[in-house]
Design a protein around this ligand. Structure first.
Ligand code: ADP
Length: 175
């Protein structure tokens, strides 16, 4: 069972073995975390993503799946790209969001990564409510067998940090 922690910060600055990208299915960059990772990762990361598109992922990466590339100029060694679901008020897509965390840990195990940092997947452009996203993130990481020793949830703002800290303590905090 890894140590779980919530920290405020920028995912691109994390000194961990692997950082997780809230990617889009094209794997070729986008806004939010994705944009920041590609800006700082540089041409090596983009080239690795292009190579994936040219080989096994011609149709892109499916929602809930994860795949690793080099982290290029980032302090981390690898980027694990995963595609979160877009929030829907009418359809329960929680299993897909949980899959992002589970598949990312599986890829981390394959790489031999021992420390990993996750952003709050789907809670930005994809519109997932932060408290529910935090609950799914924490519950899934807690119940997924892995050799990873430390999982950091890296949150951009104080509100997100508070919500994740609450989820880690087993309470969702004020609604
Ligand atoms: P998605 O498309 O999966 O919603 P986003 O990248 O838009 O992904 O946002 C996911 C979460 O990450 C949001 O809560 C957003 O505020 C946060 N975020 C954006 N940039 C960074 C960053 N550089 N480091 C950490 N968190 C970030």
């Amino acid at each position: 069972m890894p140590e779980l922690r919530a920290v405020r910060g920028d995912i691109t600055e994390q000194q961990v073995d692997a950082i997780v990208n809230a990617a889009n299915s094209s794997l070729l960059g986008g806004g939010g975390v994705d944009g920041a990772i590609h800006r700082k990762g540089g041409p090596e990361t983009l080239a690795a993503c292009r190579a994936l598109r040219a080989s096994h992922y011609g149709g892109g990466l499916k929602t809930g799946q994860a795949v690793a590339t080099t982290a290029g100029n980032l302090p981390a060694q690898w980027v694990i790209h995963t595609v979160g679901p877009v929030w829907s008020a009418t359809e329960d897509r929680s299993a897909l969001l949980a899959s992002c965390f589970r598949e990312s840990l599986r890829v981390a195990d394959e790489l031999g990564a021992r420390t990993i940092a996750f952003p709050a997947i789907s809670t930005g452009i994809f519109g997932w409510p932060m408290d529910d996203g935090a609950r799914i993130a924490v519950d899934t990481v807690r119940t997924t067998p892995t050799k990873v020793e430390q999982v950091s949830f890296v949150l951009f703002g104080d509100d997100a940090l508070k919500i994740f800290a609450g989820a880690l303590q087993g309470d969702q905090g004020p609604k």
